[in-house]
Design a protein around this ligand. Structure first.
Ligand SMILES: [Zn+2]
Length: 200
């Protein structure tokens, strides 16, 4: 799961879409929907929706056991915990205690087990592949992120009204926007207009 292979296309309820790379699979997962005012962004409506998301790269965990309703509920709880923990870390606040418990609980079960193919050059996941294992893998990645060297690089998009969170994996560490094509360009346009207004 290299950082360069993360990222997903996010869809706006108003019809727009853009590519967003949160820098880590667990953070990409945190943007699959949410609670309250973020419920309009929900993409995981049915257990099968979770299976489809997990089957995409870079995780590429194709379920050999269908996702259950219980696993979907657990996935949404983990997603909310990752979202809450990421925002708390980005704001340099203490992590919500409940989020820590939920992430640890998900990580405590067996994760996906890597399996080398017979040709010795490719790898997949050893069957049976269950959603619970994939959730454990995501929770473990989040634990590494929060406790590792990139912990201070977890940020919220610098745009005033954009709650997207990412980990800046770039070498210079100067990433400010969720996506240049979205908030970055809006910011550049506003700055340009402000300069033009001053010139008048
Ligand atoms: Zn943004």
């Amino acid at each position: 799961m290299r950082a360069s292979t993360t990222g997903r296309v996010l869809h706006d309820p108003k019809g727009g879409s853009f590519r967003f790379d949160a820098g880590a699979v667990c953070l990409d997962f945190a943007h699959t929907g949410g609670e309250g005012r973020y419920a309009v962004f929900e993409t995981l409506h049915e257990p099968a929706d979770l299976g489809e998301w997990l089957a995409q790269p870079p995780l590429a965990a194709v379920m050999t056991i269908p996702v259950t309703t219980r696993e979907l509920t657990a996935a949404k709880a983990l997603r909310q915990a990752i979202w809450g923990a990421a925002h708390a870390r980005a704001a340099r606040r203490a992590l919500p205690a409940g989020a820590v418990v939920t992430i640890n609980r998900a990580a405590a079960t067996a994760p996906l087990i890597p399996e080398l193919a017979a040709d010795g050059t490719t790898a997949g996941w050893a069957p049976p592949v269950r959603a619970t294992q994939a959730l454990s893998t995501l929770a473990r990645e989040m634990i590494e992120l929060l406790s590792g060297p990139l912990s201070g690089r977890i940020r919220e998009c610098a745009s005033d009204n954009c709650p997207l969170v990412f980990v800046d994996t770039s070498r210079p560490g100067a990433r400010r926007w969720c996506a240049m094509e979205r908030c970055g360009n809006r910011h550049k346009l506003r700055a340009l207009r402000a300069r033009q207004a001053m010139d008048l």
